[in-house]
Write a protein that binds this ligand. Structure first.
Ligand code: EPZ
Length: 424
């Protein structure tokens, strides 16, 4: 199996450039299906989930011109099918945005139930509720989701029982070309939701209030081509490097980011004892002491992001006291703690709570990635551990972090990609 080999301990120092936001780009790509004409998208992260999405769009008839690994012109004027194959759509979670985008233009849409990180149950009842309120009929059968409509969707009012990033984005996508006005209450407010709304508005959509408690969408007949749209920087990638700098008592500057998006992460790292300086499009993180213990509750934005939970827990393993981490979003996001325990962490996780008693140091060990963010945390653990850590199942990391080995190496980390030669 391919692996990363990390030699620790090390102190990170220097500068790192953040890539485009995975969870914004994975929604903007399907959003281009609503546009008559081409869309020029920049700052697209070069990660495997993006490459998978581009393959799906091509399978639907999309014409994609690759300008660079981070820049594409996507023309969906001649999309010929609204049926996306299981092999493609079951690879990751964001494929369900095809439902919201395609039901805005086609009467019959079929996609397989999405895949994605194993975080416990990942229901789509709120997505279905939004589509049905807009006038579509939705059926889940034999692993596929079938959405049908007999006429243009009609504006409505949607109240989400649960704050859901995916359902909020899917409701926006489905309502954009509908007849009338749609209001969405109790929406998710993450930066990537604002980015999708900004992209659609740049094509002539009428979406107001993204990022607030009420989103109002006035349906339009069509969307015009987008000459240039740049995806926002990835707040979770930036946060991952912020935690890595703190955990390794380093001093790094993170460029191409939006400090405001990292506020909950910054606040927690300052509590842990880090010195954080914010600039217009960069943030500097310095740490020169053993971290203080921290208590974290993951919440929808602007609360502490669940996608930073494994990373902050890894920092807590070497704190000078006991930390309590409560995971309020996903029912099973502590599987990685078994891996940290192999490295000497004193961590006990049960249901939605992990109690972490800080130890003096971790030691290197073979570990595996349970999901994308847990995988990034294994790298952080390897950077602070004494000795060598082999990180397996790295395909999870490659789904969401662009050039992660080069970026950490440039900061002074001793990390290398070792292919599995036995595969030959
Ligand atoms: C998105 O997943 C992200 N993925 C996840 O990031 C992230 O953890 C999550 O939002 C929360 O921020 C992408 O954007 C591709 P949700 P999503 O719908 O949309 C419940 C990463 O590491 N729920 O906001 O699937 C659900 O069970 C990934 O980049 C329902 O009950 O998450 C969960 O408890 C991992 N019914 C909560 O809402 C629904 O219909 C939040 O889920 C939908 C969700």
């Amino acid at each position: 199996m391919d692996k990363f080999v990390v030699h620790g301990p090390c102190r990170l120092s220097g500068k790192v450039n953040i890539s485009g936001a995975k969870n914004a780009a994975l929604a903007i790509l399907p959003a281009t299906l609503l546009v008559d004409g081409s869309c020029h998208i920049e700052n697209v992260p070069d990660i495997s989930d993006i490459r998978a999405y581009l393959e799906i769009l091509e399978s639907l008839g999309s014409k994609i011109t690759k300008i660079s690994n981070n820049e594409y012109i996507i023309d969906n004027s001649n999309i010929s099918s609204a049926i996306a194959s299981y092999e493609l759509t079951s690879k990751f979670r964001a494929s369900y945005y095809l439902l919201g985008a395609l039901i805005g233009k086609f009467n019959d849409v079929q996609i397989s139930l999405p895949g994605g990180c194993n975080l416990g149950a990942r229901p789509i009842d709120q997505h279905i509720k939004a589509f049905e309120k807009l006038g579509a009929s939705v059926e889940v059968l034999r692993g596929n989701v079938y959405a049908k409509r007999t006429t243009t969707l009609k504006g409505t009012s949607i109240f989400f029982d649960v704050v859901s990033v995916g359902a909020t984005i899917n409701a926006i996508l489905a309502a954009t070309l509908s007849d009338g006005v749609t209001t969405i209450e109790n929406p998710a407010k993450e930066p990537h939701i604002v980015d999708v709304a900004n992209f659609l508005n740049s094509a002539g959509a009428k979406i107001k209030g993204a990022g607030t408690d009420i989103i109002k969408i006035t349906g339009v007949n069509s969307l015009k081509q987008v000459s240039s749209y740049s995806v926002i920087p990835d707040q979770i990638e930036a946060g991952t490097f912020m935690v890595a700098a703190t955990a390794t008592k380093g001093d790094i500057t993170i460029n191409n980011c939006i400090p405001k998006h990292m506020e909950p992460i910054t606040a927690k790292l300052v509590e842990a004892g880090a010195i954080v300086e914010e600039f217009e499009t960069s943030i500097r993180v310095k740490m020169d002491s053993v971290p203080n213990p921290i208590n974290v509750k993951t919440m929808p934005y602007p609360g502490f992001p669940t996608d930073m939970q494994p990373q902050i827990s890894t920092l807590a393993t070497i704190a000078n006291g006991t930390s309590v981490i409560i995971e309020n979003i996903w029912e099973s996001r502590f599987q990685y703690t078994d891996e940290l325990a192999k490295m000497g962490a004193d961590i006990s996780a049960h249901a939605s709570t992990a109690i972490i008693k800080g130890v003096k140091s971790l030691y290197g060990s073979p570990v595996k990635c349970h999901d994308l963010r847990a995988g990034a945390s294994m790298i952080i653990a390897g950077l602070i551990a004494d000795g060598t850590t082999e990180v397996y199942e790295i395909q999870h990391i490659l789904r969401g972090y662009e050039n992660i080995v080069d970026k950490f190496t440039a900061l002074g980390a001793k990390i290398e990609f070792v292919p599995d030669n036995s595969q030959k």
